[in-house]
Design a protein around this ligand. Structure first.
Ligand code: FAD
Length: 452
């Protein structure tokens, strides 16, 4: 981190940026926002891949372009393509060992530090849909679809949330699937599904009502203190498995163009305006048994997917606040009031310290979580707590960043306004603050408090 005001402005231009020879300034990936240099825990090859990603972001999605796209509320599908085609999910340069969770975490950090809509778009495929296939698929399905998810030749989205069920989706799942021979018929609706309009497949989570009158029969489990919910494995709001052990929940890779599928863009959003969120209706949609993910039988299987997704959102929250902090730092070093840079005032420095502390705390949590993931031992409560804490820190950081930029902090020119608005979506998706608190609370006490 630079400590000279005079050099700070010039440094602000290059901060965290790529110098002409492609290396990071000072050899650190994030000289201004990663005080403890957590990024050094990556291998040299991983750090080089993050720099390569940065170059693609700066070349194809520069901040001015993002600000325009944000204002228009349109997804820049063409400009995002170099990211999809850039071999960032399992980079060849990382060789046999593949992409560690730590690398994947910093990839999300880098993306969100640049822009949260871009990060959300990328992770719709790299985290949500990839988790659907790799956690929910049978070994044969993972072998068939996994590589196509990684190279973006099969694009998909995760459709869990419904118009009438968000936080209580586990017990409230109203989209139903009924088996008819070798096919399934799906009816229902899904809401908020990111990038659904561009997907090849929509991963629809539905309640299995085969042999049940779904109008009158409510044989859908509900959390039980003695069941998987009590062991912290059922996911938000219960409904692990029926006492009979009969499958309750199914997941299907529904072709977006299947008859009976309608995707409408949700208009008038005030956050993540470049992400096209879809309202999906499914009317007597017929899919084959082969398009069902064979590893999903209960909501506990969906919870295993959410566990991975929440870790990704925690990293995004770390990156988003780093982006806001860096933009605010740049601003207060150049803006003069009372004859000196804003950054020279004690009150402003206190706010900068708080922001940097939030980023450092969040990164520490995320890095440890990634290490646990890489060791294959991380629990549901760990990712829920990380998501929650990361988003709490993020919310304070973006508010302070916006504050120190004054009036200019509410224009898109300073970048902080974009980060500030987008933070609210991250705070809510993949389980709200309250719901992740309840996931952690259940792990602490063994008692489910969702419906009380
Ligand atoms: C931009 C964006 C992108 C999204 N992308 C996707 C996607 O790709 N796929 C997908 O499936 N979903 C997606 N979602 C949906 C998201 O996961 C839900 O919005 C979220 O789970 C909250 O549900 P809800 O909006 O219905 O809020 P609600 O459940 O109605 O909650 C409203 C408020 O009540 C609180 N609350 C609810 N229950 C309790 C309780 N028991 N105790 C205390 N407080 C409670 C909540 O914490 C919240 O503050 C997205 C959402 C957004 C905003």
């Amino acid at each position: 981190m630079t400590n000279d005001v005079g050099g700070g402005e010039a440094r602000g231009e290059a901060q965290g940026g790529v110098v002409p020879d492609g290396s990071a300034p000072d050899g650190a990936l994030y000289p201004d926002s990663d005080l403890y240099q957590f990024a050094d825990l990556m291998t040299e090859a991983e750090r080089a891949e993050i720099l390569r990603l940065r170059t693609v972001l700066q070349t194809h999605l520069p901040p001015e372009f993002l600000a325009e796209g944000w204002e228009r509320g349109e997804c820049p599908v063409d400009a995002l393509e170099p990211l999809a085609q850039g071999d960032f999910m399992e980079p060849a340069a990382l060789g046999e060992s593949g992409a560690s969770w730590l690398f994947q975490g910093f990839r999300s950090f880098e993306l969100a530090r640049h822009d949260a809509s871009v990060a959300t778009w990328y992770n719709g495929q790299a985290s949500l849909f990839r988790s659907n296939v790799e956690v929910g698929g049978s070994p044969e399905q993972v072998a068939e679809w996994g590589p196509r998810v990684v190279d973006f030749s099969l694009r998909g989205v995760f459709a869990l949330t419904e118009p009438d069920h968000g936080s209580d989706i586990a017990g409230g799942l109203a989209t139903v699937a009924r088996r008819e021979g070798e096919t399934w018929v799906i009816d229902g609706a899904k809401r908020w599904i990111g990038s659904a309009a561009y997907a090849d497949r929509i991963c629809v989570i539905a309640r299995d009502v085969t042999g049940i009158d779904h109008v009158t029969g409510s044989d859908d489990g509900g959390g039980t203190a003695g069941g998987a919910a009590a062991r912290g494995r059922a996911g938000d709001g219960d409904a692990a498995s029926r006492p009979t052990g009969r499958p309750t929940v199914r997941a299907f890779l529904v072709p977006r163009t299947a008859e009976g599928v309608t995707v409408e863009k949700i208009p008038h959003k005030a956050a993540l305006r470049m992400v096209n969120n879809g309202h999906i209706t499914l009317e007597s949609v017929v899919v084959s048994e082969a398009d069902r993910l064979h590893g999903v039988d209960t909501f506990a299987d969906v919870a295993a997917m959410l566990r991975q997704m929440r870790a990704t959102v925690a990293w995004q929250a770390a990156g988003l606040q780093a982006g806001a902090f860096e933009a605010a730092r740049k601003y207060v070093l150049s803006r003069q009031q009372f004859g000196r840079p804003l950054g020279g005032f004690q009150l402003v420095q206190e706010k900068l310290s708080r922001m940097l502390g939030n980023v450092a705390s969040t990164l520490g949590l995320c890095v440890r979580l990634a290490q646990r993931q890489d060791a294959g031992v991380f629990e549901e409560a760990e990712s829920a707590l990380a998501k929650r804490e990361a988003c709490r820190h993020m919310r304070e950081t973006v508010a302070l960043a916006r504050e120190v930029c004054g009036g200019n902090g509410i224009t898109l020119e300073t970048d902080v306004a974009r980060f500030h608005a987008d933070a609210e979506a991250l705070y809510t998706y993949e389980g709200t603050d309250d719901i992740n608190a309840l996931v952690v609370g259940r792990a602490i006490t063994g008692l489910s408090a969702f419906a009380r």
